[in-house]
Design a protein around this ligand. Structure first.
Ligand code: BG6
Length: 512
């Protein structure tokens, strides 16, 4: 295998860092969980398949359930065979990869078992040459985000002496509101340096999301227009058809759309689309600019929440030709649940670049279509030369993040013929037809970056806190409204009609 395969991605190339990770042990807490089976193990296997994992590598799954190495390997083989983007499973690659998969049972609250873990990790270093470098990945319930690092610290597993490195990847949600996020952050910073903490937001690993910066800062034609003088509004939509899938109800009940998607993924999209050009193409410079956007997001008062935020819950309906349950009928969901499955909001950024430009954000489960996009609508020409009010004018640049990855720019064109008729037409770019290759999964990219020690695509502490400051204000405002503030929408529709009332005059939610 070629371990030095260069990665064709400007995010990394500009950094001038190593493109292949060095020896290390990947310690995966939550090894029997859903995320591990669906995303993490398939991503590790895909990296190994492409020769991107180091020669001296070991994956140690850690979870409460007692089981042998072999039992876990077998379960992971099935998971990879089912969920990897490379089908079918390549037996030779799997065999080589599986030799470096082990399992260690650990009750997360039991100090003695962390001592056992340490012994096991030292043994792995000796046998597999992993050199004492460890990446602890916390794919566990959020209540363990603080205690697992404490326990690791207590048995000396967070140290970096003798040139060894230790990193901790923390899954979302990072806190449940501003106060808890601050407390978690303070706790982790008592144990680790910021450069050792990797807060993962898998949206940043998506190719199309990374491409927002390439598009904006790699082309001279967009940036001069990218401000309040030329942009009328920005609309960010993350629409999903999935509901609770029979298993997510208990988790989602405690999260809801705001905590599950808006605080993290949508805030990241907003920061990338609105940030200033970074001073340099490296992690801190890019994250500095993203953090400034989130800092400029003013918390909303209860009165503003009442007019700028709409939440909803799906009821029984039809989706993709099938009947879909209502949210309150889903497994693990309370019959009188107050959790939102849809949220739409209008906000503004208090910066010179964006003052006065509405940013509309919309996300929901059980919507008619899976589609995520950022639509930037430009202002109308200053003088209406064409008097026909039926001529739809204006330009919209749409970044299609998934699933039909691409970009389109709409503009007005004359319809051929003797009559002066105009119509909106589109220039369209599609990743599939332009590049022809399947993009790596977001988790592949992010795991590789964490192994290399590149934190560009991970969220920094201040970004998380600013995002929470804003989202906590929404949560507070909505809580003050009580149950009366909850609207409903039928599964398979575009959300509650009340979402329309957030829009300023002449604006409309895009039909996707
Ligand atoms: C996760 C959320 O972070 O992102 C899920 O917890 C959501 O509720 C998922 O479905 C969406 O990810 P993607 O990559 O399918 O857009």
């Amino acid at each position: 295998m070629d371990h030095a395969t260069p990665l064709a991605n400007p995010f990394r190339e500009g950094l001038g860092r190593a493109t292949a990770p060095g020896p290390c042990c990947f310690v995966l807490f939550g090894a029997t969980g859903d995320l591990c089976a669906r995303k993490l193990l398939p991503a590790l296997y895909n990296l190994a398949r492409e020769g991107l994992t180091p020669a001296e590598f070991y994956v140690l799954g850690v979870s409460r359930k007692p089981q042998s190495d072999l039992q876990w390997r077998t379960a992971m083989q099935q998971a990879v065979a089912k969920y990897s983007r490379h089908q079918p499973l390549d037996p030779a690659v799997w065999e080589a990869f599986a030799q470096r998969l082990g399992y260690q049972a650990c009750e997360f609250g039991n100090p003695a078992q962390y001592a056992d873990l340490r012994v096991r990790l030292d043994d792995i270093d000796r046998r597999w040459g992993t050199a004492g470098n460890r990446l602890f990945y916390l794919a566990v319930a959020p209540e363990f985000f603080a205690s697992i690092p404490s326990q690791l610290g207590a048995v000396g597993l967070l140290g970096e002496s003798g040139g060894r490195w230790t990193r901790v990847v923390v899954e979302k949600p990072f806190g449940t509101d501003l106060t808890s996020a601050e407390a978690l952050s303070t706790h982790l910073r008592g144990l680790l340096r910021e450069r050792q903490i990797y807060r993962i937001d898998h949206y940043l690993g998506k190719e199309t999301v990374q491409n927002i910066l390439t598009l904006r800062f790699g082309n001279a034609i967009f940036e001069p227009l990218w401000d309040r003088r030329y942009i009328e509004a920005v609309q960010i939509t993350v629409a999903e058809t999935v509901g609770m899938e029979g298993r997510r109800g208990p988790f989602y009940e405690r999260a809801g759309a705001l905590r599950d998607m808006v605080q993290n993924h949508m805030m990241q999209l907003l920061s990338l689309v609105a940030m200033e050009p970074p001073a340099a193409w490296h992690a801190e410079a890019i994250r500095d600019e993203k953090a400034k956007v989130l800092q400029a997001l003013a918390p909303l008062s209860a009165e503003q929440v009442a007019t700028q935020v709409v939440r909803g819950q799906y009821t029984r309906g039809y989706l993709l030709g099938e009947e879909a349950l209502g949210y309150r009928e889903e497994d693990g969901v309370a019959a009188d649940s107050a959790t939102e499955t849809f949220v739409a909001l209008r906000t503004e950024l208090r910066t010179w670049r964006w003052s006065g430009v509405p940013f509309y954000l919309r996300h929901g489960k059980r919507l008619p279509k899976r589609a995520s996009e950022i639509a930037v609508t430009f202002r109308q020409p200053p003088l209406a030369l064409f008097q026909n009010p039926d001529d739809p004018s204006g330009n919209t640049l749409v970044l299609r993040l998934q699933p039909d990855e691409g970009l389109s720019l709409s503009f007005l064109s004359k319809v051929p013929g003797m009559r002066l008729q105009r119509r909106q037409v589109k220039m369209d770019f599609n990743y599939g037809s332009a590049f022809g290759t399947a993009s790596p999964e977001a988790y592949e990219r992010l795991i590789l970056d964490a192994l290399i020690g590149d934190s560009t695509l991970f969220t920094r502490d201040d970004e998380v806190q600013y995002a929470w400051r804003f989202v906590s204000s929404l949560l507070d405002g909505l809580a003050a409204q009580g149950p009366a503030g909850m609207t409903t929408y039928e599964a398979g529709t575009w959300g509650p009609p009340a979402a329309d009332r957030l829009l300023l005059a002449d604006h409309a939610w895009r039909r996707l």
